[in-house]
Write a protein that binds this ligand. Structure first.
Ligand SMILES: Nc1ncnc2c1ncn2[C@@H]1O[C@H](COP(=O)(O)OP(=O)(O)O)[C@@H](O)[C@H]1O
Ligand SMILES: [Mg+2]
Length: 232
C-alpha cells in the first residue's frame, strides 16, 4: 500500500549533512509498523517526507499507486488531508474548540458538514473511551485524554494511513500504554495501515513489525526479549 524507495534527504546550511541515505520501506494494508532509532537519526524527517510535509532530494513515495513525490504542493496537501491521519507528541488540539469539534476537523477539511459528521465523531469518541468529554475543552483534559482525542481526530476520516511521531513522549507509563493499545486497536479496526515512530522500544512492542533506523537505513529488528530493549 505504501512503497518508499531509496529516499535521500539532507539539510543545507552551516550544519549540512545527509540525514537519510537511501531509505526504503514497504507497508501493507492492515499492517502496523514501528520505526525505532536513536534521537537525531532522522525518524521525524522520514515521517514528514511520507506525510508530504517536506520533499526528498531523491527517491520515491507511492501511496496506493499515487506517487506523492510527483505531485505539486496543492495535490499533495489534498491527498494528505483525505488519505492520512496524524498523531504527534505535541498534541496540537485547538484550544478554543471542544473535544468533539477537534475530532471533527478532518471531516470539515474534507467537505463533510457538521451534521453529517456528528455520528462519526461520536463513534470515534466512544472508541477512545471519551464520549463523556465531547463538550470539554482541551485545558479540561489530562495529557493522556488529549492524546486519545488526537487519535480519534487522526482516524475520524478513515485514512488508509496513520502516521504517529512519538505520540506517547509526554505521557506517564500507564497513559502511554493505553494510548499505544488504542492506536493499534483503531488502526486494525479501521483497516488502515499505521507507522509509529518512537525512540522507545516499549512503545514499539505492540507493532506487527519493528524496524530500526540507523545512518545506514532501515533494518528489521531481530526478535528481542524485554530485557534486550535498547531504547526504552
Ligand atoms: N529543518 C531542518 N533543518 C536542518 N536540520 C534539520 C531539520 N530538521 C531536522 N534536522 C536535523 O536532521 C537530523 C534528524 O532529525 P530528526 O528527523 O528530527 O531526528 P529524530 O526524529 O530521529 O530525532 C538532526 O540532526 C536534526 O538536527
Ligand atoms: Mg523526532
Amino acid at each position: 500500500m505504501l512503497n518508499v524507495h531509496d529516499l535521500c534527504k539532507s539539510y543545507g546550511g552551516a550544519r549540512s549533512r545527509d540525514v537519510l541515505r537511501g531509505v526504503s520501506l514497504d507497508v501493507a494494508r492492515g499492517e502496523y509498523v514501528a520505526i525505532v532509532g536513536e534521537s537525531g537519526v532522522g525518524k521525524s524527517t522520514l515521517l514528514n517526507l511520507i506525510a508530504g510535509l517536506d520533499t526528498p532530494d531523491r527517491g520515491t513515495i507511492v501511496l496506493d499507486g499515487v506517487e506523492l513525490t510527483a505531485l505539486d504542493d496543492t495535490a499533495r496537501t489534498l491527498l494528505r488531508r483525505s488519505r492520512m491521519g496524524f498523531v504527534f507528541q505535541a498534541v496540537h488540539l485547538l484550544p478554543h474548540l471542544t473535544a468533539a469539534q477537534n475530532v471533527a476537523l478532518p471531516l470539515a477539511l474534507n467537505g463533510t458538514t457538521p451534521v453529517a459528521g456528528a455520528r462519526r465523531v461520536n463513534e470515534m469518541l466512544l472508541a477512545v473511551g471519551l464520549a463523556q468529554a465531547a463538550n470539554a475543552y482541551p485545558r479540561e483534559l489530562s495529557g493522556g485524554e488529549m492524546q486519545r482525542i488526537a487519535i480519534a481526530r487522526a482516524l475520524v476520516h478513515r485514512p488508509p494511513l496513520l502516521l504517529a511521531d512519538e505520540p506517547t513522549g509526554n505521557l506517564d507509563a500507564d497513559s502511554a500504554a493505553q494510548v499505544m493499545r488504542l492506536m493499534r486497536e483503531q488502526v486494525k479496526r479501521e483497516g488502515g495501515a499505521g507507522i509509529l515512530v518512537t525512540h522507545s522500544a516499549a512503545a514499539a512492542a505492540g507493532a506487527d513489525r519493528v524496524l530500526t533506523l540507523t545512518a545506514d537505513g532501515l533494518r528489521p529488528q531481530a526478535a528481542q526479549t524485554n530485557s534486550d530493549f535498547r531504547f526504552a
